[in-house]
Write a protein that binds this ligand. Sequence first.
Ligand code: ADP
Ligand code: MG
Length: 344
Amino acid sequence: PLLINQLAAGEVVTRPAAVVKELLENAIDAEATDINIHITQGGMGMIQISDNGHGIHPDDMVMAITRHATSKVADIGTLQGIRTLGFRGEALAAIAAVSRLQLISSHTDDGVGRQIQVAGVLADTPALTPVVHERGTTVTIKDLYFNVPARRGNLKSVATEFAHIEAMVREVALARADIRIQLTHDHKKRLSLAAQQDSASDTNHPPLSRLEQALGLSLSASALPLHVDLSSLLVAAAPTSTQGQVGDASARIDGWLFLDADSNMPAPKLIYINGRLVKEPIISNQLRQLTPQATGYALYFQLPVHWLNLNVHPSKQRIKIGSISNILAHLSHAVRSALPIATV
Ligand code: ADP
Ligand code: MG
């Protein structure tokens, strides 16, 4: 079982940034509004993420680090329509299999939490120690790949690994302007993003100022807002049982195209689907055909969950989208109308 865990772990935990991504997604799934990330030595020393989310009940602490244990999927059928970022229940188990992991969590406001530790193998009856901890969760990873020399040998320099972590944290921060996110590296502050109050939870995209803050770019001069209403597709694509009822499902795309942004800094090319950053060649290829070479974009898709199948790749960055050709047709039309005549 140890070997299987370590092999499986390789798919999920390819480098320190992948660890940070999973832990960050867990904090967001727990509805944290404040997330602190401390990294040392590019993640090879320590990765620590604290959140003020809903925490883990003491009875669920062991399950949290057990493979295929997730509190987020009631049955496999719901994978189709999953709303949370995590859903396979393998991240913490995979990370624990290749590091020394400490999980501390409290689900109450009495200042008391529980601590559990794993180093490669989970003990049959792991000790659950009471510790002082505010409501929320702190995960600390040390000695990543201590038992997988091949992986350790593949790691790049401290600066490169941290650059991957920082880029990933920025990308996640862009999806959620309502969360305060701090990132330090070797005790130096690297990113400090305040929560933006005006980003009401039902808005589909962050304000442009959050993008500028998170990316360290000046974008407002080159930003063309884009709003695409896809609600006409809802009726057509709705399951027959709903008899055309659109209900509370919404389908739209909001965001910006960035035309000739600062030529020293390439404009970002970001696609978010329901708050998840994705790499969707079918969408990015379409945008490349429609826009001049240097055009960047940040597009936030809000799509009904029954259109999506996230279970395509372990990284969860690939999504199968129902009615994709209709969506692309609407997007193309909107992009053509938004672009100044001269650039088309
Ligand atoms: P998944 O996110 O796919 O469910 P993980 O291995 O990442 O699987 O996490 C396992 C479980 O541990 C989660 O389903 C959740 O119940 C719990 N958990 C992990 N991290 C946190 C956190 N930061 N706050 C609250 N619960 C958490
Ligand atoms: Mg997870």
